[in-house]
Design a protein around this ligand. Structure first.
Ligand SMILES: C[S@@+](CC[C@H](N)C(=O)[O-])C[C@H]1O[C@@H](n2cnc3c(N)ncnc32)[C@H](O)[C@@H]1O
Length: 240
């Protein structure tokens, strides 16, 4: 992988985004998913594309009412392949919002069923950092199996990468929302993503919608570079 490949990745994503807009039936389905999504429609289109072309399984954290989950599910459907797809959602309620709901998880299941995708996704109703959630995901997946990771939960993507990162394949697509945000999730997310980019674990491909970061996970660099970096930091008492 070199900077030429990175540029090819960036340009391909931009081009795909436009091409899908002209596929009327598909675009209509994605816009219906956007009706109950907090993500920008462009990000849903990209998630659809990555779910379609990525090798391996999909792990999502923060499905909410299913906008991004449906986009990924449609991508899997159109890949013509069986793909493991796990989505973790805490549940609860949301007040004073255009997407207000008394029961997030119930509405998520209902929206997936309406899209004909209820059986395409394994939903976990819990927090991504609960022990039982981590154990369930680890049991259901093998090392390096995940080809697309979607993080749209709270402001601690690093914690979730620490829990599930060994499940990511080399060059796994990664979508992280709130890199730029009007909410207080933005600051910590940006710091964490920038640190992982600086450490050579993530590579940036673009920024879309209202501030979603898109890129890739770099396994070989993470394996060889990180231990040396951690040792260096510990030796010189740099906080990690
Ligand atoms: C911004 S919304 C997700 C939006 C969704 N991706 C979409 O397309 O509309 C964040 C969701 O993450 C859930 N959540 C927050 N922290 C979580 C965690 N640690 N584990 C699982 N779900 C979490 C919240 O309940 C909420 O439904």
């Amino acid at each position: 992988m070199n900077s030429r490949d990175d540029i090819a990745d960036c340009l391909e994503l931009m081009q795909k985004l436009i091409e899908y807009r002209y596929q009327k039936a598909l675009h209509h389905q994605l816009m219906k998913a956007a009706d109950h999504s907090m993500l920008h429609p462009d990000v849903l289109v990209l998630i659809y594309h990555m779910a379609k072309v990525s090798e391996g399984g999909i792990l999502e954290i923060g499905s909410f009412l299913g906008g991004s989950t449906i986009a990924a599910g449609l991508g899997v459907r159109d890949s013509g392949k069986q793909k493991k797809f796990i989505s973790i959602e805490l549940g609860g309620q949301l007040k004073d919002h255009r997407l207000a709901t008394k029961n997030i998880f119930r509405d998520l299941e209902r929206n997936l069923a309406r899209a004909g995708l209820r059986d395409a996704v394994t939903l976990i109703n819990g927090s991504s950092f609960e022990e039982k959630t981590i154990a369930a995901v680890r049991e259901a997946t093998t090392r390096g199996e995940i080809g697309l990771f979607i993080s749209d939960a709270d402001s601690n993507v690093r914690r979730d990468i620490d829990s599930y990162g060994d499940r990511f394949a080399d060059r796994c697509w990664v979508v992280i929302d709130d890199y730029v945000s009007a909410t207080d999730k933005g600051g910590p997310t940006r710091v964490q993503v920038d640190e992982l980019v600086a450490a050579g674990r993530l590579r940036t491909i673009g920024f879309y919608g209202w501030g979603t970061w898109v890129g890739r996970w770099l396994l070989h660099v993470a394996m060889f570079f990180l231990p040396a970096q951690i040792a260096w930091n510990q030796w010189f008492m740099v906080p990690v």
